[in-house]
Design a protein around this ligand. Structure first.
Ligand SMILES: [Zn+2]
Length: 158
């Protein structure tokens, strides 16, 4: 069997990967969001997303967010997980706390998975937004996130 490398398809794949790396703002492709996130984390010195989640840096960012937001945004039960609305460098490093959302495990799983299928970041954010719209008391939060779109590029529906 012919090797993929050197074939037209191989080059197209290599070009697509190079574009993904150069173009972290694009949210059009499906799971590319996680590929770009992992490239970004690699640039920041993390071996993997698991490595990032296990780091002292993330533990500190997560703890601070949960202390400030002890209740799940969506259901008011105790929060224990933090959702990234964006995988840009500043959010990953905790410098953009507004793009981190404190949730309970159940709500976080509910927005990140559609049954067994892992949603893209854009789809997960869409689901979070859909659920937040059902809560009139979250309008201020939604306005804050909508406003953040003026300053930061992240997958959030208009
Ligand atoms: Zn919840």
């Amino acid at each position: 069997m012919r090797s993929v490398r050197g074939s037209a398809k191989g080059w197209a794949n290599a070009r697509r990967k190079a574009n993904q790396r150069r173009n972290p703002k694009s949210t059009k492709d499906t799971m590319g969001c996680y590929v770009r996130r992992n490239f970004k984390l690699s640039d920041l010195g993390y071996a993997s997303y698991q490595d990032y989640l296990a780091s002292e840096e993330w533990k500190r960012i997560r703890k601070r967010k949960l202390q400030r937001h002890p209740k799940c945004l969506l259901c008011d039960r105790p929060s224990c997980q933090v959702h990234h609305l964006s995988y840009d460098e500043r959010t990953l490093l905790g410098m953009l706390s507004v793009l981190l959302v404190a949730l309970c495990e159940e709500c976080h799983h509910g927005i990140e998975f559609d049954g067994n299928r892992k949603r893209t970041l854009e789809e997960a954010n869409q689901e979070l937004r859909r659920l937040a719209i059902l809560r009139p008391d979250l309008e201020r939060w939604r306005l804050t996130i909508n406003r953040a779109r003026k300053d930061f590029i992240f997958p959030w529906p208009r």
